[in-house]
Design a protein around this ligand. Structure first.
Ligand code: QAP
Ligand code: CO
Length: 175
């Protein structure tokens, strides 16, 4: 089932998500719905709070080729993540399904080591680099109620707010 994606400036996106304790069929169904929602929205990452559920779950599915094609085998489901090491710095033009139509250069750690659980509650550690590292940091921020636009400088944020409001108004008039 495809779920509605919450968009900025909905205050729900500021909520801090809660640790998951039960790895039951209800959680599995929800994760499947997150996947369907992300794929049908052309996303590569999604956090549970973006579909209104304040639990510490996120999914990432990076493209496997230049055409942006994705494969279910590359789906990563991350529950209760904790970044245990990080190093370096990198910039990437980020977007977000909850801030549609906007992309901005954002600084992140280049490499991270992550501890997390899978949908069965089993613990894993993973070292992530490049786009995976960026995507995971972006999604983990969602679990703490943070959006990538909050990392913009004051002047870039002001510019964003102005453009975003303008676009929302245009969309309202067009519908
Ligand atoms: C987070 O972002 C991310 O504006 C996932 O109109 C960001 O899936 C991971 C999207 C940067 C890695 C690097 C955005 C789709 C999707 C839009 C997304 C839009 C349609 C964003
Ligand atoms: Co996002």
């Amino acid at each position: 089932m495809r779920l509605p994606v919450i968009t900025y400036p909905d205050r729900k996106l500021k909520e801090v998500s809660k640790k998951i304790e039960e790895f039951d069929s209800k959680l599995h169904l929800f994760l499947d719905n997150m996947y369907e929602t992300m794929m049908s929205s052309n996303g590569i990452g999604l956090a549970a709070i973006q579909v209104g559920k304040p639990i510490r779950a996120l999914i990432v599915n990076l493209p496997i080729n230049e055409d942006g094609e994705q494969s279910l085998e590359n789906l990563i489901e991350v529950i209760n993540p904790k970044i245990i090491h990080f190093e370096g710095s990198t910039f990437y033009q980020e977007g977000c399904l909850s801030v549609p139509g906007f992309y901005e250069d954002i600084e992140r750690f280049e490499n991270i080591e992550l501890q997390y659980q899978d949908r069965y509650g089993k613990f894993h550690t993973m070292i992530a680099n490049d786009l995976l590292s960026i995507a995971l940091q972006h999604e983990i921020d969602h679990l703490d109620g943070k959006l990538f636009i909050e990392k913009l400088s004051y002047s870039r944020r002001k510019k964003f707010e102005k453009e975003y409001k303008k676009k929302q108004k245009e969309a309202r008039l067009a519908s």
